[in-house]
Design a binder for this molecule. Sequence first.
Ligand code: PEP
Length: 247
Amino acid sequence: MTAPQPLIAGNWKMNGLSASVAEAKAVAAGLGQTPARVAICPPSILIHRLADALKGTPVLVGGQDHHWDDAGAFTGDISAEMLADAGAKLAILGHSERRAGYRETDEVVAQKVSAALRAGLEPIVCVGETLEQRQAGDTLAVVTGQTRGSLPADLRGKAFAVAYEPVWAIGTGLTPTLEQIEEVHKAIRATLVEQFAEEGRKVPILYGGSVKPGNAAEILHAAEVGGALVGGASLKAEDFLGIIRAL
Ligand code: PEP
């Protein structure tokens, strides 16, 4: 079976104003030939603007989260269909900042994944251990448990990605060793095959956590790494392009 096409997605988190559309355009302008699919996930209020600005380019736009329900009395929330209607093609779900800050459980993440599929969005489902869990030797149990619990059966036959993001590596400048990354990615792959049989081999498993132009090449070429989810270094086109070019 051929390896899945790599995906490199930028997660702008709660950063970016209308002037940031220029950074997204600079990514598209500088992209050139790449084997990767490239996506930028800005705050939802910028999705429409980025989708318009990137029309006709290969750069996709994604959301960072959405509600598990399709519509209704959820003040301040946004649905998957709204993201798709604004031009998003993907959605990051289960990010550790949502799991920790908004108490999102695997069950909630799985419901959001189903909502994404109903709206035609491609979910990028995040999993990852905290430092305490790693130090306690629980990394593989935590990550495979989150993978099993956050991926509903209706993903069968659908395009999606899993992102391994060790919580202690996000925004800290710390990264796991290549051996640690490969160990976890292999465990996620085995879980995907257990859940989705041969289809599970086609799912890109992204690495996320302090990816920068300087460490991207070795991470992106590690075994079972099918791309990257990039936070801080996706905010500047030059840095994000440096990561994409490392593939
Ligand atoms: C993220 O939050 O998804 C992330 C990977 O952040 P950073 O690259 O800044 O560590």
